[in-house]
Design a protein. Structure first.
Length: 138
């Protein structure tokens, strides 16, 4: 998150230079800060029903029903995939920081798709998904 904060400071400095202290700076700065705020945090939770992934304000979000999950495993994201919402070779990815992630393979409309979830604790998220899947089969 330190990178996002640093980018925000740099962006505000650029705006201050471009608008040269005019009244427009006060109108443009809050609007331009909105995308930074929207993608500031990625919240992931696992319960007996589903895996929930959402950005700061609860949107954009994805939910995967536990009964649709076929496989899951910790993964490492390549640096050039970047951060945010991305379409990568494995499927869609939500990530805000770092390179650790968990790949979730799920069934939808008869096909198996993969979704990569960025996380600071890939082993913990993987264990949480495994625990929810185990509870499903009991």
């Amino acid at each position: 998150m330190a990178i996002v904060g640093s980018l925000m400071v740099v962006w505000m400095a650029v705006l201050a230079l471009v608008f040269d202290g005019s009244i427009w700076l006060w109108a443009v700065a809050p609007l331009s800060a909105l995308p930074f705020a929207m993608f500031w945090r990625l919240r992931t939770s696992v319960d007996q029903e589903a895996v929930h992934v959402a950005f700061t304000f609860g949107w954009p979000k994805r939910t995967f029903p536990i009964e649709a999950v076929d496989a899951h495993a910790p993964a490492r994201t390549r640096w050039y995939f970047g951060w945010g919402i991305r379409l990568i070779p494995q499927g869609w990815m939500f990530n805000v920081w770092g390179f650790d992630a968990v790949d979730v393979a799920y069934r939808t409309n008869g096909t198996i798709k993969t979704f990569r979830i960025g996380t600071d604790d890939p082993n913990g998220l993987d264990r949480a998904i495994a625990s929810a899947l185990d509870a499903r089969t009991e």
